[in-house]
Design a protein around this ligand. Sequence first.
Ligand code: GCV
Length: 711
Amino acid sequence: MSSENVVDAAPHPAWLPDGALAAVGRRRVAVVLPDLSGPARGIPGADPDGSADVASTLRAELERATTAHGGDVVAPDASPDLLLALSPELSGGERGIPRARPDNSGGGFRFVRDGGRVTVTAATATALLHGWFHVVRLGEAAFRGPDADERHAPAFALRVLDHWDNVDVHPVMGQVERGYSGGSIFYADGRVRDDLSRVTAYARLLAATGIDRVCINNVNVHAREARLLTDDLPEVARVAAALRTYGVRTHLAVSFAAPMTLGGLPTSDPLDDDVRAWWRAAADRVWATIPDFGGFVVKADSEGQPGPFAYGRDHADGANLLADAVAPHGGVVHWRAFVYDHTQDWRDRSTDRARAAYDHFAPLDGRFADNVVVQVKHGPIDFQTREAVSPVLAGMPATRLALELQVTQEYTGQQRHACYLAPWWSENLGFRPWGEDGAAVRDVVAGRGPGAAAAVAATGGGGIAAVSNVGDDRFWTGHPLAQANLYAFGRLAWDPTLAPSTILDEWIGLTFAGPDGAVEPRVRDVLHAVLDDSWRTYESYTAPLGVGFMVRPGHHYGPDVDGYEYTPWGTYHFADRDGIGVDRTRATGTGFTGQYPAPWRDVYEDLATCPDELLLFFHHVPYTHVLRSGVTVVQHVYDTHFDGVERVREAVAAWESLADLVPAAVPADVDARVRERLAEQLRSAVEWRDQLNTYFLRKSGVPDAHGRTIY
Ligand code: GCV
C-alpha cells in the first residue's frame, strides 16, 4: 500500500461531532429490529438488501452515543426515553407513513412524543436511520414540548449526490474535476482506495441529512473510469459496501461508447441488437455483484462525450437503451440534459447556448421510459451565480425530471470564498414557472407539475441531484464553512420548503456543539452574519445583473471579463462602448424568452418588467439604462462592487471577533483554515471589484457618481 492510499484517520467530524449526540446520548434508548440476517433478510417492506448492515449501524449508533454521554441502551420494554422500531408491517399508507416507492429505499418515518418519551417507527432500516438522525438533529427539543404524532417523508424519491471523481488523475482536471477539497475519498493511485473508512464516514454524514444515493465517478467518463463498469466491479462492490452501512446506494456514470471501448463491438448504436444485448449483460453483471445498485448516470453528446447522435439517433433512443438494460433490476438511468454546442462561433449572435437544452429535449417529451430521469441543471447555462431557471423544467410534463445543483463551488468561489448556496437553491426550487398561483419547480421534480403524466406522478418524478463538494481534505470541503452547503443540499432534498437560515441554524447547532451539546451564542451569531447573505455578497462583487462567465477560462477562478468573450463556449456578454447584455427576447433577440410559459415569457421579454437581477441575462441595454431600483446599469456595477468588498471586510471582522473563543468554542484548526480562506476571499473580492469597475469605466466612459477610486 502506498502512502497515498492511507487516509487521514481522523477527518473533521463535520455536523456529527460527539457533542451533537449529547441529548440522545445521555438518555435511555432502545431499538427494536427483527433479526435481518439469514432467512428473515427478505422480510417484506424492509430494504431488499443492506437491511442487516443498516440495522447493525443503528445499534452501533446507539452504543456510540450513550457511551459518549453516559446514557444507556436498554430493553424496549424498559420504558426508554427513545424507542426506535422497525415495523415492516407499517409499509402501507394506512399508518400514515408514505409507502416506500420501488426506487426509494428511505420512505420516511413516524415520530411520536408522548409525555416526553419519543418513539420513532419506520418500515425500512434506512428510514429508521433517518428517523434516528432526525432526533439527533432536534436534540433536547425532541424530548420537550407537547405530545406530538408526526409523519416525516422526503419530498423527493430520488436524492443523489454526483461525484466528478476520476480514478486516474486527469492531466487537466485533476483527481476530482472541479474539486476544491483535495483528492478523491474513493480513489488513489489509480484504483479504489484500500481503506474506505472515510467513505463510510461520508455515508454517515449523508444519512444524517437524508441523502441515500451517490454516483461515485465523473460524468466525463475517461478510458480508465469506463472500466469501473466491468473489470473493476469487485472494487465498486467494496465502495458500495462502505456506503451501504448507512443506507446509501451506489450509482455509476457510464460511457455511451462502452459497447465499443469495453465490449469490442463495431458500434454503440442504441437500436443495434448486439449493443442492446451488451448493455443488458453489463447491467446483469452489475446487479449480480451489487444487488442494491442504484443505476447509471449518463452525459451523452455533451462537451465531447459520446452519444446517440453519431448514429442519427436522439437522446430518447439513447436513454431508453440503458433503461431497458436496468429495468429488470429496478434500476434508474439519470440522463443529463446539459447539451449544447460547445464549438459555437462567437460572431454568430443567433445561436444561443441558453436555448440548447430545451431545443434538444422538449420535443422528446413523452418518449423516455419510466425509469429514465432527465437531469436538468437549474439554469440554462451552467451553474452560474445568477441565471434564469431552466425552461426545460417547465416543458416536459410527460418526463421524470430531476433538478441538478452544484454544491462544489465551481463558479461561486471554489471553496475559497464563503458562499452559502441554500438561498440560491431555494429560489430555484421555489420558482413558479406558471406564475404565482402555479406549481413550483420543487413540485415538478416531485412529479406534481401541471399535466404530469401518470407514470411521472406515480414514480414521484425525478427528484434532485447535485455535484458533491467533498474530497479527502481534513475538513471534507476545503473551506470548513462549505460543509454548510453539503448539509443544506441534503436537507433541501428532504424538505425543499425549509428556510435557508433555519437550515444554517441546524448546521451550526450540530457542527459547533460543545461536549454538552450547547453552542456558544456568539459563535452562532457570527456564523449567521458571515453566511446567511454570503451568496448575495458573492454575486455583488462578481456577477452583476445576471451576467455570468466573467471568470478566468479553464479553471474558472477570479475575474476575466472578456475571458470567454471570443471563445467557442457560447458564454458571452457582448459589452461594447454603449452597453452590455444578451438580447434573448423574441422581438429582437434569440427568442429564448419564448421557451417559458406565461407569465414569465412576457415578464422577461419586457424591459419594464424584467427583474433587475436578470436584466442583462435577457436584454442588451445601454450603460445608462435606469434599473427598477432607480440607478443606472453602470452605477449599479460600481455600487455593488464597492459594497461587496465592504461586506467581505465585515465578514472578516466578524470572524476575528471570535478570537477569544478559540479553542473553547471554535476549534483552533477550524479557525486557522477559515481565517486563511477569508483572507483570500478579501484579496480576490478586491481584485474582482477593481477589474470589473475599471473595465466598465473604460468601456462606458461614465464616471462613478460618488467619485471613488477606479483605475
Ligand atoms: C463534468 C461544466 C464544468 C465541467 C463539467 C460540466 C458538466 O462545464 O466546467 O467540468 O464536466 O459542467 O456538468 O458536465
